[in-house]
Design a protein around this ligand. Sequence first.
Ligand SMILES: *Cc1c(COP(=O)(O)O)cnc(C)c1O
Length: 444
Amino acid sequence: MKFASASHPDEVVSFRDALFTGLAPDGGLYHPIGAPDLSTLVPSLERLHSFQEVAAESIAALLSPEMPADQARSLARRALPFSPVLRRVDEHILLLELFHGPTCAFKDFGAQFLAAAMEALLQGETRRIQILVATSGDTGGAVAHAFHGRANIDVVILYPSGRVSDLQEKQLTTLGGNVHALEVQGSFDDCQRLVKEAFQDGTLRTRLRLSSANSINIGRLIPQCLYYLFAGTRREELRGSAPTICVPSGNFGNLTAGVYAWRWGLRVRGFIAATNVNDVVPVYLRSGRFDPRPSARTLSNAMDVGNPSNFERLKEVFQGSWEKMASRIEGRTVTDARTLDTMRAVHAAHGLLVDPHTAVGYAAALDHLAESGQARDAAESAEEQVIVLSTAHPAKFADVVSEATGIVPDMPERLAQCLRLPKQARQVGTTFRELSEYLLESFG
Ligand SMILES: *Cc1c(COP(=O)(O)O)cnc(C)c1O
């Protein structure tokens, strides 16, 4: 598989180059070109029992011929020792739980694979690389855990002081070793600006070997296709016809990965893009108009995105055509009040606790089923199954879960352990000079 940006389709780069550069030189996002045809591989995935086998075979096919098949298989197995769980809730709804990784959120899949791939591709080199990331809270923990202990890699995470939750702060400050947390006395925007300045600074660029691990890196997107391929080929849980897949979305990386899996050969009836009131994409899908706007705060805060960057990639898949995109993806908006109601209702009906992001997806799936039940003939809608992606463990959002249901979710041991460890962070101001001095002193 090769990659290019939408505005320079002729400047084709390898997986390795796309991984280490992050952004194309023109500032655009890399997207796969000459999409691999997995239509013969996909049916054979049904016979594979574990997620690791599905991941190994799929990654070998996707990265061929750049990476030898054996190396690709072993990379996938090493990177992703945890598995998604496809849970049937009722006749029509299944949850695809993506929170069984080290930090209990789906971002573990992308971050762990990216880190393992970088480590594998750096093997045999003597010069270390430095990964710089700014986080508003959610990504930092996944990136910290993914890169912890990797050979030849240091990771520096900038986060805004006092503006991330306790658990989020602990997830990115307690690992130590090659994971360095910088507590910036400023906002998330300051953190992002500092990282951007570092990438543009001549001295840092010659003395260090900087790379990024943010969510737009194609190395985080590709592994997210794997759980769609896994879920879509589970014959025991699915009744035969192709499922509808509902994705709680913010920056739209997760949905884009699903659309890639479909384009490469996975059978999918259609997608639902579920958002909170930050619904620029659902509005586009209904009206054809794309109007980014400042984000509003909601209970599902990892989806509070006003100008989703992966929209560019989605548009490319559908050749810029609104009709084509809208015929495959249905947009649905869910308010905070509805999110709380849904958490309460799911618990009452099924004894299940879901986090607020998953609840947005669940509500959208219910609305979709209610509408399509009226629009289509009874036999077809009786058959429809919607897979809702469950993006975080309920214990990561315990306050909201207990507000909705009156129940405090049990905390997985790996989260509880993180909370017991001491925070190790270096305080820095918002001037670039401070960051630059720190980087040169530590890694120059
Ligand atoms: C990041 C995140 C999302 C949104 O995923 P995108 O790929 O940005 O659309 C949804 N739920 C949770 C819990 C997240 O952390």
